[in-house]
Each structure stands twice: as structure tokens, then as C-alpha cells.
Design a protein around this ligand. Structure first.
Ligand SMILES: C[S@@+](CC[C@H](N)C(=O)[O-])C[C@H]1O[C@@H](n2cnc3c(N)ncnc32)[C@H](O)[C@@H]1O
Length: 303
């Protein structure tokens, strides 16, 4: 660990209410996120990266350091001005390849903290339009504070700011057959079960940890996110389930890696695909979806 990074983590630890950016020791979580992204996504030192919802720069710092070796640049944006001011002071002053901006997002997705902030911030579209498109957009523990329509608005934005072959790495708390019963029985570590009323309401398409503060923690049905992603022309390249499900994993939240949609081959035969791959037929997953996420990489025959 170099001195600059050590100093940055030290400053994050000292920030009042640093725990509000997420659970865990800042340096440990930061390194975990860096290892995860660089293991699963090609990241070059000359790339342009956007850290959406950068908070105190816990997720930005190791990437800024890495990009400083090859001319790459990281832009961090957040809706809370005192956090981006902190990032500029603590990270921007040590590295010339990082810029941080406080931004506002369209009305429907004003974060509670920003609503109470009297400063008028420039809209996110205006800030990002000033930059060249990005190779990678990452958002850690951010979509877990957004309502579905707000997620949708961000996918529209991603379409404008991502290079054609760029990737998105986003984390969520997905509702599915594994997590729904566990949420209902309060069998998951903290997060979504923590503040919920007793008895726990049936987790439907969206589940809030706190009904009076819906953005505190949001879990969303995985099928709804996959449908939303597809509607915006993106395709899941990888899905990694997180340790919040009470299972060993590389990240705490569920992580989704997205690329622009690659079309299914013209001669793809869904019936034949299911006949060829009994495990897919048993899983009930749509054959085309399966092929795009896993089958193609595994070189499974489809005709
Ligand atoms: C749990 S923190 C995570 C911060 C950082 N990504 C990390 O991993 O350390 C969530 C961050 O998302 C920001 N945020 C919340 N709603 C947002 C929105 N609509 N657009 C951008 N950022 C948002 C918050 O201000 C906060 O800094």
C-alpha cells in the first residue's frame, strides 16, 4: 500500500459519519471492490472510469491510483456536496487524474440528503456531457438507494455516456427465490431485515428496509432489473451473488456486470437449446437469456 492511499483511508476513517457510506472497514472494502472489478472486467491503466455515487471515495481511491500509471482518469459524482468536496480535497489533491463533482439528479430521484441541502447543484447530465465517454461505469451500494423509476433513468443516462464496448458494474440487493423467504424470516445479516416493521410484509417486486424512508435500503426483483436492462439495450455479462445472502462470496451485495446487448445469433433455436442442455431446461431460465449470459461464454451449441 503506497503512502497516498494510506493517507486517503486514514482521512475517510476520520470523516464524521463515515459509517453512513456503508458497512465495513474502508480500506478492506475498497480493496475488495478493486480486486472484484479487476478480476472480472478488463481494466486498463489508460481507461476512463465513472464512479457514480462515489461517497467518500472509498471505491474511487484504488482505481485512481491504478489509472495514474497509464494516463487514465476517474470521474466521481455524488448528490452530497460535502462528500465530493472531501474527495477533491483528499484524493484530487494527491492525484491529478481524478475529478469529483456534486450533481443533482432529476426530481424523482432526489436523495434525501440532497433534498435538505440548500445548494443548487448542476444536473448530472451537464457534468458528464463535459467528459469523453467512459470505458467503465461503476456504482457500488448506490442502486440499493434508488426507486425502480430512478434506476430506469440512470440506464438511459448510461446509454449516452458509455463507450460502445464499455461496461457497467452495479451492485444490488436482488429479490429472488433464495432471498425472499430469508427476508420474510429475517434470516439475513442486517440490511433489508434490520429496520422493517414486525410482522415483515411479504417481499414483492420491491422491498424497503424502512417504509417511512424508502431509499434507506432498497431490494428489487432480479427479473425486473434484467427486463429494465434489456429495454435499454444492455445485456448481463455476469451476475455474482453477494454474501448478504448468507453464503460465501467476493462482495457483500449482488453485482451485475453489463455490456451493450449482443444480439442472439439469427439461427439460434430455443427449443433445440433446451433439448441440448437439460440443466437449462430444468432451471426454467429463458433459453436466449441463458445463452447470452452463460451459454455463449461456455461455447454451448445452440442449433
Ligand atoms: C452507501 S454509499 C456508497 C458510496 C461508495 N460508492 C462506496 O462504495 O463507498 C451510497 C452513495 O450513493 C449516493 N447516492 C444516493 N442516491 C444517489 C443518486 N440518485 N445518484 C447518485 N448518487 C447517489 C449517496 O450520496 C452515497 O454517497
Amino acid at each position: 500500500m503506497n503512502t497516498k492511499l494510506t493517507e486517503i483511508y486514514e482521512a475517510i476513517r476520520r470523516f464524521p459519519t463515515a459509517e453512513s457510506i456503508g458497512l465495513g472497514e474502508p480500506e478492506t472494502v475498497s480493496m475488495e471492490l478493486f480486486r472484484f472489478v479487476t478480476k472480472h472486467v478488463p481494466v486498463g491503466t489508460d481507461m476512463r472510469i465513472l464512479d457514480l455515487g462515489c461517497g467518500l471515495g472509498r471505491s474511487s481511491a484504488p482505481f485512481v491510483d491504478y489509472l495514474s500509471n497509464g494516463g487514465g482518469h476517474l470521474v466521481g459524482v455524488d448528490v452530497v456536496e460535502r462528500m465530493t468536496a472531501f474527495c477533491s480535497e483528499v484524493i484530487g489533491s494527491r492525484y491529478s487524474n481524478a475529478s469529483f463533482y456534486a450533481c443533482s439528479v432529476p426530481d424523482s430521484y432526489l436523495f434525501e440528503q440532497q433534498r435538505n441541502n440548500p445548494t443548487i447543484l448542476p444536473p448530472i447530465e451537464k457534468i458528464l456531457a463535459r467528459h469523453e465517454p467512459f470505458d467503465l461505469v461503476m456504482a457500488f451500494s448506490v442502486f440499493t438507494h434508488l426507486l425502480p423509476e430512478e434506476m430506469d433513468a440512470y440506464f438511459s443516462l448510461f446509454n449516452h455516456i458509455l463507450k460502445p464496448d464499455g461496461r457497467l458494474v452495479l451492485t444490488f440487493l436482488f429479490l429472488d427465490e433464495w432471498t425472499r423467504p430469508k427476508i420474510r424470516n429475517r434470516a439475513l445479516p442486517s440490511m433489508i431485515s434490520r429496520d422493517t416493521p414486525n410482522p415483515m410484509p411479504e417481499p414483492g417486486r420491491v422491498c424497503f428496509s424502512s417504509p417511512s424512508n424508502p431509499r434507506a435500503v432498497v431490494a428489487i426483483a432480479i427479473d425486473d432489473v434484467l427486463a429494465m436492462v434489456k429495454a435499454h439495450g444492455f445485456q448481463p455479462e455476469q451476475i455474482h451473488f453477494g454474501s448478504w445472502r448468507a453464503m460465501p462470496s467476493e462482495t457483500f451485495q449482488d453485482a451485475l456486470v453489463l455490456q451493450r446487448e449482443h444480439t442472439i445469433p439469427a439461427d439460434f433455436d430455443p427449443k433445440r437449446y433446451l433439448a441440448l442442455h437439460e440443466d437449462v431446461a430444468r432451471s426454467g431460465i429463458d433459453p436466449a437469456q441463458h445463452y447470452l449470459i452463460w451459454g455463449k461464454k461456455e461455447r454451448r451449441p445452440y442449433k
